[in-house]
Ligand binder design. Sequence first.
Ligand code: THU
Length: 161
Amino acid sequence: MISKEIKIAFEEYSTLDQLNSSDKDLCLEAVKAMGNSHSPYSKFRVGAALRLQSGKVIYGSNQENVAYPSGLCAERVALFHWGANHPDDPIVSLAVTAHTNEFSLVKPVTPCGSCLQVLAEYEQKQGKAIEVMLYCQNGSIWKTCGVQCFLPFLFFEDRLK
Ligand code: THU
């Protein structure tokens, strides 16, 4: 038996001003995106912003439904909008933020498994990793270099060959 270890690297920033200006702006765009969250059931508002290579920003926010499973996370709303409307303009980075009046969020919110799987699909499709910034307005910012940081054992398309 060989015991193996995978290390996951990410960066932590304590304020937005420590980020480069494009990352900082994208975090603020995620806050803007959160304004259109439809979350009457969870009261948990999430905003996502994608920066494309052209400089264009795509917005997403969580959209809930009285039939709960019909709702969708902010990340996938933004990612599917990209896939349907801007597939030839590669995604450079994604910023996510969240807010609730129910309690104070002290750590960044991390994307769910389904959103990570969609992120993985589009990284594969465009052949380039997508940086992810997770912005907690009362806490820190985590920056990762892409889905590999979250899912190191991801199922890749090449396994099908
Ligand atoms: N949610 C997101 O939009 N993104 C995440 O990364 C985590 C969870 C949404 C789904 C649901 O509308 C609410 O947050 C509570 O789970």
